[in-house]
Design a protein around this ligand. Structure first.
Ligand SMILES: [Zn+2]
Length: 90
C-alpha cells in the first residue's frame, strides 16, 4: 500500500519536471546484464547465447562485434555471434 502511494507521487513529480529522460536511462542501465560465461552484454534475465543465468551487472570496457565470421578479434575471443561484449567484468 505504501509502495503504490510512493509510485503515484513519483509519477506526479515526473510529469512536473523534465527529468524523465535521465531516469529512463538509469533504468536501462540497471536492466543491462553481462553473461559471465560468454561476456555478452544484453537485456534480460538469461543469456541469449548460452542460456546461463550466472550474470554480472557491471563491466569495464566493451567491444562490439558486427561480423564475427571475418573478425580476428572475435576469433581470438571465441565469439561466434554478433553483439556487444564486455572486456572485463567487475
Ligand atoms: Zn552466455
Amino acid at each position: 500500500m505504501k509502495e503504490s502511494i510512493k509510485n503515484q507521487r513519483r509519477k506526479k513529480s515526473e510529469n512536473w519536471n523534465n527529468f524523465n529522460f535521465g531516469r529512463k536511462l538509469e533504468v536501462f542501465d540497471k536492466m543491462r546484464k553481462i553473461c559471465k560465461k560468454c561476456k555478452l552484454i544484453f537485456k534480460g534475465t538469461e543469456c541469449p547465447i548460452c542460456h546461463s543465468t550466472n550474470l554480472a551487472d557491471g563491466f569495464r570496457g566493451k567491444i562490439i562485434i558486427i561480423d564475427p565470421e571475418n573478425s580476428e578479434l572475435a576469433k581470438k575471443l571465441n565469439i561466434k555471434q554478433k553483439g556487444e561484449y564486455a572486456i572485463k567484468i567487475k
